[in-house]
Design a protein around this ligand. Structure first.
Ligand SMILES: NC(=O)c1ccc[n+]([C@@H]2O[C@H](COP(=O)([O-])OP(=O)(O)OC[C@H]3O[C@@H](n4cnc5c(N)ncnc54)[C@H](OP(=O)(O)O)[C@@H]3O)[C@@H](O)[C@H]2O)c1
Length: 282
């Protein structure tokens, strides 16, 4: 005899009929939404901003330099072409974070997506980093948090759902191979590993606290995506450590950012999506 379903043993099935389900293109569509991306002038940021615009979002590009932000915004296309804007925002400065967010609301009036991507870098590694430098690098996490909280509080006050994406790193999950840097360049900074590990964990913490208000928080962690300035010998060594035997190129993050920003990931929060060519798999 088959047990009758009860409240406790019934398998929850969707009540949505197939013909009422959102089409897959609709799930990834960002038309009508606004996305703020920090550090959008950078190597990955430019590509991520492009992806958001191509998916239909109106993009607010931020940089520490207003002119740079405006130049990047002017290059963006998609359904909202012509309405993308650039604003000034320094994530290491709370006053600037608040001023940037206020300006966004004044000029655009709405926000549904935040990509915390900007990064104030540090050259020093574990051999010579000073306490002040270490502390300063960690300030990037403070900036991510303050901007995320500002956005969350506004979204809740407007009864709006939101998607927040933090840029982590494979180096927030694993240590680095010392031999890939030795004799060429400083090691990957200890403060960077500390920072990115903290950002992955902050993502989980905020996701849990804000889930009931429909504020999703996820982390996108790139693996090795060296920019054009990277030491070529170091890049060769990094390739040997990658299961795919090569480095990532920025557009290989584009699908992931649109996924995390859109309804395609509506039941996902508190997660760390690692795009690393298999680096952390072995
Ligand atoms: N590339 C990789 O291999 C890799 C791997 C893992 C994780 N990531 C992460 O991905 C993100 C983007 O990396 P990327 O390689 O594109 O770096 P990038 O080329 O150095 O760009 C970083 C951007 O951050 C902005 N920035 C610097 N200081 C800032 C501040 N105080 N406030 C706000 N923005 C600031 C800069 O823009 P402005 O000068 O215009 O302000 C810069 O364009 C970073 O969070 C990074 O840690 C990168």
């Amino acid at each position: 005899m088959v047990d009758q379903p009860t409240e406790s043993n019934r398998i929850k099935t969707s009540t949505v009929q197939p013909d009422e389900e959102a089409h897959i293109n609709t799930l990834f569509d960002l038309t009508g939404r606004t996305a703020l991306i920090t550090g959008a002038s950078g190597f990955l940021g430019q590509s991520l901003a492009r992806a958001l615009s191509e998916a239909g979002a109106r993009v607010v590009v931020s940089s520490r330099k207003r002119k740079k932000a405006e130049e990047i915004a002017a290059l963006l296309k998609g359904a909202a072409q012509g309405s993308h804007i650039g604003i000034e925002l320094d994530q290491m400065d709370e006053t600037s974070i608040n001023a940037g967010f206020d300006e966004l609301l004044d000029r655009v009036g709405s926000l549904e997506i935040l990509v915390n991507n900007g990064h104030f870098p540090l050259g020093a590694d574990l051999t010579d980093v000073t306490g002040t430098e270490f502390q300063q690098l960690l300030g990037n996490a403070t900036g991510y948090f303050l901007l995320a909280r500002r956005f969350r509080n506004w979204s809740v006050s407007q009864k709006k759902s939101a998607s927040i994406i933090m840029l982590g790193s494979m180096y927030g999950v694993v240590g680095s191979y010392p031999e890939t840097y030795e004799g060429l360049v400083p090691a990957s900074p200890v403060a960077y590993h500390t920072l990115k590990g903290g950002i992955v964990q902050m993502t989980r913490h905020l996701a849990v606290y804000w889930a009931k208000q429909n504020i999703r928080v996820n982390c996108l962690s790139p693996g090795p995506f060296p920019g054009p300035q990277a030491d070529s010998e170091m890049v060769k060594r990094l390739c040997q450590k990658s299961p795919m035997g090569r480095m990532g190129v920025p557009e290989e993050l584009n699908g992931a950012i649109v996924f995390l920003a859109s309804d395609a990931s509506s039941y996902m929060t508190g997660q760390n999506l690692i795009i690393d060519g298999g680096w952390t798999a072995w």
